[in-house]
Write a protein that binds this ligand. Structure first.
Ligand code: HAM
Length: 429
């Protein structure tokens, strides 16, 4: 194929073979999050640009240089969503989900778009699974939601993860910290990279996130939010950590952890995978107690996170999903034309009864059909030949033990339905 038709840079197809891990992630998210009281919300792929600029922050990298923004035909400025939180907050306010007052828990999944420099683990269209809780300031929720996220990763079979956590303070203490940081960096400004010189003027906390060795060196002894937190933020952070202790969740305090989005207050965290290279954050989130108000809603504290699916899926072992749902329970092998016709009808009946069936459409020799049966991963093979047709039976062969039984055609559904349910249960567990 000529390059002309290749997918664009930073955008990719997710093919069978890989998609099973994605489906496993999505399915497991629904199961785990719903257990914790979350309901799914579907948000639009694009919004008015203002939905993102104010909330994410005018001076963040995302808004300054990474958004896919375009005028629509009416002249409005629209943007492909670079993340989900802003849209969920917009929907929460637009549909008065704060009425009647209660805690509202929502989760979502789907593609996000950021025009970043593509590299391993960094794409221009990438996928997130996110969750947001509205209506409580209680640090129990910070710990509970982080706990849910860790439980989710455990269900995916992921170990070797590190929870890094910080509290970014609030409107009361953060300005004082910012002042102290600017004061400290004043003498070192010329040592900073070009980007950070700009950040110094517009968004100095982001300097902590710069990958340049010089900037790292310049901020080595910089003050951190830790010594500037107000009493309220300190109490909230300590409680969050003690609830995490109660859940037996290990964490690393990272006083220099800042996030790429400006809406955070108090708790901010990231989950990093020790097995990944430089793009090692597989999830991030935190508290954002002011955002609902900024969208015109009533004061409503909130907390949430988003998982990067593109980075997480490759970490999942095939064995964790070896009982994947696409594996057939039955492979049907036939001998002769009469058997083919019978198989055609039988497959339809089995599928109507919820049984996953495959067959060899090329109708090779019995040997080659059995080879394909093996390859398909089917638990059983049904063999139909003239002999069986005459007796109105089939041979049911257990592929792992090679044990064979002859069973009456009319009892097939009755026998196979429990086997299929059993297989599905193993998948769900
Ligand atoms: P974020 O840290 O920007 O947070 O993104 C969350 C996760 O999405 C990252 O940890 C990473 O795994 C993945 N991710 C981000 N950019 C890319 C990319 N270009 N390619 C591949 N994966 C990427 C948020 O988006 C917030 N909305 C999270 C949140 C929800 N905070 C509160 N509620």
């Amino acid at each position: 194929m000529t390059d002309k038709y290749h997918a664009i840079k930073g955008v990719k197809d997710i093919l069978p073979g890989e998609i099973e891990k994605w489906q496993f992630m999505e399915r497991t998210a629904g199961e785990v999050f719903e257990l914790y009281g979350f309901s799914e919300i579907r948000i639009p792929i694009f919004e008015k640009t203002a939905v993102f600029t104010r909330s994410i922050g005018e001076t963040t990298d995302i808004v300054e240089k990474e958004m896919y923004t375009f005028p629509d035909r009416g002249g409005d400025s629209l943007t492909l969503r670079p993340e989900g939180t802003a849209s969920v907050v917009r929907a929460y306010v637009e549909h008065n989900l704060y009425n009647p007052p209660s805690v509202v828990k929502l989760y979502y999944m789907g593609p996000m778009f950021r025009c970043e420099r593509p590299q391993a683990g960094r794409y221009r269209q990438f996928y997130q699974i996110g969750a947001e809780v509205f209506g409580t300031e209680n640090p129990e929720i910070d710990a509970e939601v982080i706990g849910m996220l860790m439980r989710y990763f455990e269900k995916l079979g992921l170990t070797e993860l590190e929870l890094q956590i910080n509290s970014l303070g609030c409107d009361e203490c953060r300005p004082k910290f910012k002042e102290a940081l600017l004061q400290f960096l004043k003498q070192k400004k010329s040592l900073l990279c070009e980007d950070c010189q700009r950040r110094y003027e517009r968004n100095p906390l982001r300097i902590f996130d710069c990958k340049s060795a010089n900037c790292h060196e310049a901020t080595k002894d910089a003050p951190t939010i830790e010594t500037h937190r107000c009493e309220n933020c300190k109490r909230h952070f300590d409680s969050t950590l003690s609830y995490l202790d109660k859940l037996d969740i290990q964490y690393t305090k990272k006083p220099k952890l800042v996030r790429g989005l400006d809406y955070y207050t108090k708790t901010a965290f990231e989950i990093v995978s020790k097995g990944l290279g430089s793009q090692n954050a597989i999830a991030g989130g935190g508290r954002y107690d002011k955002l609902v108000e900024e969208f015109g809603g009533p004061p409503t504290p909130a907390f949430g996170f988003a998982i990067g699916v593109d980075r997480t899926a490759p970490l999942i072992q095939q064995s964790a999903i070896s009982n994947q749902q696409s594996v057939p329970l039955i492979f049907i092998a036939t001998l002769g034309e009469r058997a083919d016709l019978k198989a055609f009808e039988l497959i339809n009946v089995l599928r109507q009864n919820g049984i996953r069936v495959e067959r060899d459409y090329e109708k090779g020799s019995l040997k080659s059909q059995m080879k394909k049966a093996n390859k398909s991963g089917a638990r059983y093979t049904i063999v139909i030949g003239d002999n069986e047709l005459d007796k109105d039976t089939v041979i049911l062969r257990d592929m792992s033990s090679a044990k064979q039984d002859e069973i009456d055609m009319e009892r097939i559904v009755e026998i196979l339905v429990p086997l299929q349910l059993d297989m599905d249960n193993i998948v769900r567990r």
